[in-house]
Ligand binder design. Sequence first.
Ligand SMILES: Nc1ncnc2c1ncn2[C@@H]1O[C@H](COP(=O)(O)OP(=O)(O)OP(=O)(O)O)[C@@H](O)[C@H]1O
Ligand SMILES: [Mg+2]
Ligand SMILES: [Zn+2]
Length: 463
Amino acid sequence: MAVKSKAKTVYVCTQCGCESPKWQGRCPDCGSWNTFTEETRTSGGPAAKAAAAERRAAPAKVKPLAEVSADESVRYHTGMKELDRVLGGGIVPGAAILVCGDPGIGKSTILLQMCRTIDPGLRVLYVSGEESLRQVKLRANRLEVDGKNVLLTSTTDAEEIYETILAEKPDVVVVDSIQTVSLSAITSSAGSVTQVRECTQLLLNACKGNEIPLFIVGHVNKDGGIAGPKVLEHMVDTVLYFEGDRNLSYRILRAIKNRFGSTNEIGVFEMSGGGLSEVENPSEMLLTGRPMGVSGTCITCLMEGTRPILVEVQALIAKTSFGNPRRVPTGFDYNRTALLIAVLEKRGGYFMGNLDVFLNVAGGMRIDDPGADLAVALSMVSNLLDKPIDSGLLALGEVGLAGEVRSASLVHQRVGEAYRLGFTTFVLPKSNLRTLDQSRYPGAAFHGVSSISQAFRCLGLGR
Ligand SMILES: Nc1ncnc2c1ncn2[C@@H]1O[C@H](COP(=O)(O)OP(=O)(O)OP(=O)(O)O)[C@@H](O)[C@H]1O
Ligand SMILES: [Mg+2]
Ligand SMILES: [Zn+2]
């Protein structure tokens, strides 16, 4: 008996998944503009109803909380230390992990490569909705994945993937990518909000119950957000962002959300023809080839999760050729740049009202850490006066509006990392210096400063 299904049109916010019967310019839920897209919904289709009835039949399994095993040691190791670190020490069985990133950044590469490095006893089901089996095989050859433990399938049908997972019971599932997968019961096109949400839910149903970890590849849109609803981020346990300048060879994997580990942890990789290789010492890599004896550069140390990373801040101050002076920071916040320039003018007496200021964090790193303020200020003044800063010097500290240098967090780790790499002069906030055990760094000189003018004076940049 054919039941006629009714098609209705709904409008769905691509940002948050909010639904409305009519189009709206501004989403009432998340407030974003022009995000509503039209979707057709067939409600009450016979297949959907039957499936729902079937699923409702089985009661949920219950278990006393005390008897639920939560053995921390049961984590699968991916064989890539950097990936394990970002995941919080390995893959938790049953976890859903979303891997997002720009096109061509290496999402498929890292997941296929994981098939090679993961414990060969673990069977991986690799579902490619984007590429044919041949294409995946070609990449696998390039990455030297022999693939004895890898089951490959090329499909975009979510129900087919669901059944495959239940039938094969693999140890790990990779779905590349969620935007290509669709459910036939939903009429809107693959990649739409409803499709992405429902397909993810279906895959989660298959994996969670069987304690199978699920990797989902997600595309990002022009603004860098995940293409599809924000709800996708809520549905999964871990969200990893793969980023990096496509023109540079290295890539950074960042945990944005992690239910099984700390966020802010990063993994650093280098991309080459043979795939991604791990970079265990990002500081060394970021500092290679830095200019020596040139004014306008200063080294500081960022904390990325638990890991200290040394970066070089570069400043170039040039005469404005147009009416308005330009402030062009790359890898550093624009407003923070303007603030530091204002503090330098007001509290340091360095006027840049008719000067263009260019800032760059070498190697394409991004600074969010306020502890880098002092280094940024020093590099600007160094360039302004054309006086180089000693190449063995590390500056740390947050700069306040009164020109004061405030304490930075985790100074022990940061100084330790720099000392290990041969840095011997440290300009630190006075408050941090009090708690630092200087005897651990023989041969190093420490300067405690409480204001930017003090810092300039101690570097010979004073007026
Ligand atoms: N033959 C090759 N030699 C060297 N590097 C290559 C080669 N082929 C691909 N790459 C690198 O791999 C990258 C593509 O990686 P990958 O396909 O894993 O990206 P992706 O994030 O999955 O992209 P998409 O979103 O398009 O699926 C390229 O940008 C390039 O840097
Ligand atoms: Mg891909
Ligand atoms: Zn919204």
